[in-house]
Design a protein around this ligand. Structure first.
Ligand SMILES: [Fe+2]
Ligand SMILES: [Fe+2]
Length: 491
């Protein structure tokens, strides 16, 4: 029966998006025993199920008219509802009244609908602490949790959504007032976490930052970024647990006073760019990029752009020699680069002689290339011998003295510094000689009458010089300066 006090909701007259909300709000405002009438042009049964889910069995649902053109249902509140509103405007969820299957869902949905600064109250018959952790997991530090009543029979907790400036807003990625990207990692789906962080990192320009907000220390990410991109970024902890970790990751600004050697030492892949422009990064590693460009008439801006792109491309296979122990690095140089020279030099000498004898008449530069090969062979044989017998063992002695706090033997006739300088002078001589050979060979461009041996000789020389550049880089830019610094601390 419809009574005069009943509120009639003519569903068709309400804007579609507000229909359900209007019904629920009207129902919530009913006193116990009060009714509302739903008037509709079809059976609003879905509303019934939704109300059952949200409120449980606290209402009756009585059909006053059941089609065919209109439907009228009387909804009566039979007992206190689980959702109320306080005078301050906080929604109160009477949790025991909620249907068990929808308890958590209702709380989370209510929380989601709160605007920053708004609150809700959970009224429960036990301490709902697990809910706190669940919310924390889902929303991070975006809410406060205050006990208004803490047992023994009832627990009332006010959950308020923080203002955006106080905590993390809902979005997983946003920009803060400093225009830094903030990535609220727990809010991202596991499969999206790394791609999101890497995607934003790779878009960062010099001097720009992103902030990683996470519920544990994301240190493995640091190593992954380092491996993929080299030491181009700073990793600064703004907060270090126990609940939250905030890390500011910023792209280092390119220091124009940095030498080519230092740049290559920090990120070995940059050597590719220097190679491309014919900039000497090993023997000439003590110059700045600007100096080298000016001296060789190379466009500085182009080189800078390429250096930056090398950083952003992030392909694998990056070896950070700079992190290696010096004794390991010395052995690595011997086993890799010295052995390479010993293995390939005899063959290169044979071909240089042979190609010169066959083609020297038409290509007089081959005579000089042959002489350079002989000279380089002689220089390097002595040079490597000295490194392996004197210099590298010396480096190991320095390292040992430092690590074991033992007495350091400064050696005899020559100081460590002198031996390093001698070695670097020899690098320069060999480097210049090979550079000359490359120029004579027109950057190893083959003439039309080149035979297979000619082709092989140029290929081997090209490769040999590349390997030597890496080799000298490891010594001039990493091993020697680090060992020299270490030695200074001992004397
Ligand atoms: Fe060497
Ligand atoms: Fe060397």
């Amino acid at each position: 029966m419809q009574s005069t006090q009943d509120i009639i909701i003519k569903v068709q007259e309400i804007e579609p998006s507000s229909r359900h909300r209007t019904i629920f709000e009207t129902f919530e405002n009913l006193n116990e025993g009060g009714s509302l009438i739903i008037h509709n042009n079809h059976d609003p049964k879905p509303v019934y199920y939704q109300m059952m889910e949200i409120y449980g069995e606290v209402f009756s649902w009585e059909y006053l008219q059941q089609g065919p053109e209109s439907w009228e249902i009387k909804v009566t509140k039979t007992s206190g509802t689980p959702v109320l509103m306080t005078e301050e405007g906080d929604l109160v969820l009477n949790v025991p009244e909620l249907h068990p299957s929808v308890k958590h869902q209702t709380i989370f949905e209510t929380f989601d609908q709160l605007k920053p600064g708004e609150g809700m109250i959970i009224h429960n018959d036990h301490d709902p602490m697990p809910l706190y952790y669940q919310l924390k997991n889902m929303h991070g530090d975006t809410f406060s949790w205050t006990y208004l009543k803490n047992g023994p029979d009832w627990w009332d907790i006010r959950i308020a959504k923080e203002n955006e400036t106080d905590g993390m807003p809902e979005d997983a990625v946003y920009k803060n007032v400093h225009n830094d990207y903030v990535i609220n990692v727990p809010r991202l789906a596991p499969k999206d976490k790394h791609p999101t962080i890497f995607g934003i990192f790779e878009k960062l320009k010099e001097g720009e930052s992103l902030i990683i907000h996470n519920d544990h220390d994301p240190k493995p990410l640091y190593y992954q970024l380092l491996n993929d991109h080299g030491e181009i970024f700073n990793w600064e902890y703004l907060e270090k647990g126990p609940q939250w970790w905030d890390i500011k990751v910023s792209i280092k600004e390119i220091d124009n006073s940095e030498t080519i050697g230092e740049i290559t030492r920090k990120d070995w892949r940059k050597a590719e760019v220097f190679k491309k422009y014919g900039i000497d990064f090993c023997c000439g590693g003590n110059k700045t990029v600007k100096q080298a460009c000016d001296e060789n008439g190379i466009d500085f801006n182009l080189v800078q752009k390429d250096l930056q792109q090398t950083t952003a491309s992030g392909s694998g296979g990056y070896t950070n020699y700079d992190e290696w122990n010096l004794d390991f690095l010395a052995d690595y140089i011997t086993n890799t680069h010295h052995n390479y020279i010993r293995k390939n030099m005899p063959e290169i000498k044979t071909y240089a002689a042979k190609v010169n004898s066959v083609h020297g008449g038409r290509h007089p530069e081959l005579e000089e290339i042959h002489q350079i090969v002989e000279q380089v062979d002689k220089e390097l044989a002595e040079h490597m011998e000295e490194e392996e017998n004197l210099l590298f063992p010396w480096v190991k002695r320095i390292l040992k003295s430092k690590n074991e706090n033992a007495v350091y033997d400064k050696g005899g006739e020559m100081t460590f510094e002198q031996i390093l300088n001698k070695s670097m002078e020899e690098h320069q001589i060999v480097g210049d000689a090979l550079d000359k050979a490359r120029k004579l060979a027109n950057n190893y461009t083959l003439p039309e009458d080149a035979c297979a041996s000619y082709t092989l000789l140029y290929k081997m020389l090209d490769e040999f010089e590349n390997d030597l550049h890496t080799h000298i880089h490891l010594e001039n830019n990493i091993l020697f300066p680090k060992a020299a610094e270490m030695e200074k601390e001992l004397i």
